[in-house]
Design a protein around this ligand. Structure first.
Ligand code: ADP
Ligand code: MG
Length: 281
């Protein structure tokens, strides 16, 4: 039996904010059916930043995130962790949140959050503190003994985030986690996510196709285009943090949304401009 890892340092040192944590270098991905999903992807992820991958459906956002997590291999190129090691070596430092909460319906909230620790051989007793603090971070301490069917969509997503935090990851990879939620819940979870990133001190890579969400959350937006999936623009979001609802009404927010929106439209190309499937919401 091993003990759960200790909480990570909450340092917000400016130096650590600029050091590269992990980088994608020259990544190509061709699937078995011949689909070229990514071509020549280069991306540095720095400590403590909040990077959004923004792009239309099919531009390879999920593929890039999965390669970063080591869930699927690249066809070419490297995932370079600072200090060395493969994705396998860094597995315990990566938290992954999918679009669907993917909870075990027969298990309580606490047992769902326990899962990654259990898979690593941590006993339930040794995991108790990590489970409790993860639930506290997402504001669900009172629901530890509830079952998923008793929770709203937003609460299920919080459990999924708490589960990803249970291993105290250095980097949280999130694949359109709020896309299926109503707007009010989504805004609330946006704020909760920023707060927990602040309190917990981790790096976030967040996939979205929402311009507004990417501007609100990110310190940097990476815009991708399809066929083949590639990076076409990077937009630094130099707005002060911590952010709150008031940010949504500032001129800077409006300017950044227009900039990101223009980059996204350019990424989609003229043929897609009239396609409602690509409309942002
Ligand atoms: P996004 O997340 O941006 O919507 P994806 O990364 O899911 O895009 O997909 C990028 C491209 O790769 C799409 O054309 C998609 O159809 C294709 N693709 C994704 N997964 C597979 C797979 N397992 N096999 C074949 N093609 C795939
Ligand atoms: Mg996707």
């Amino acid at each position: 039996m091993t003990s759960p890892p200790p909480p990570r340092s909450r340092s917000s040192d400016a130096q650590s904010g600029s050091a590269t944590l992990v980088a994608l270098r020259g990544i190509d991905k061709t699937f078995a059916n011949g689909t070229l999903a990514l071509s020549g992807l280069d991306l540095d992820i720095r400590e403590n930043e909040f990077v959004s991958l923004l792009g239309p459906s099919g531009c390879g956002k999920s593929t890039a995130l999965r390669i970063l997590a080591g869930l699927i291999p690249a066809s070419r190129g490297d995932v370079a962790w600072t200090g060395g090691g493969s994705a396998e070596d860094h597995r315990g430092e990566i938290g992954f949140v999918f679009q669907e909460p993917t909870l075990m319906p027969w298990a309580t909230v606490a047992d769902n959050v326990f899962l990654p620790l259990r898979l690593r051989g941590v006993s339930r007793r040794d995991a108790a503190d990590a489970i409790a603090s993860s639930l506290d971070l997402v504001g669900l301490s009172r629901f530890a003994h509830a079952y998923p069917r008793e929770l709203s969509g937003g609460m299920k997503m919080r459990v999924s985030i708490a589960r990803a935090l249970s291993l105290r990851p250095r980097i949280l990879l999130m694949d359109e986690p709020f896309a299926a939620l109503d707007e009010i819940t989504r805004f609330k979870l946006n704020d909760d996510l920023l707060r927990l990133q602040r309190e917990f001190g981790c790096t976030v890579v967040f996939v979205t196709h929402s311009v507004y969400e990417s501007v609100y959350l990110s310190t940097r937006i990476v815009v991708m285009a399809a066929r083949p999936g590639r990076i076409v623009a990077e937009i630094p979001v130099a707005a002060p943090t911590p952010r709150s609802e008031a940010f949504r009404t500032t001129p800077l927010y409006g300017t950044l949304c227009r900039e990101a929106s223009a980059a996204l439209h350019e990424a989609m190309g003229p043929a897609d401009d009239t396609d409602p499937a690509h409309a942002d919401h």
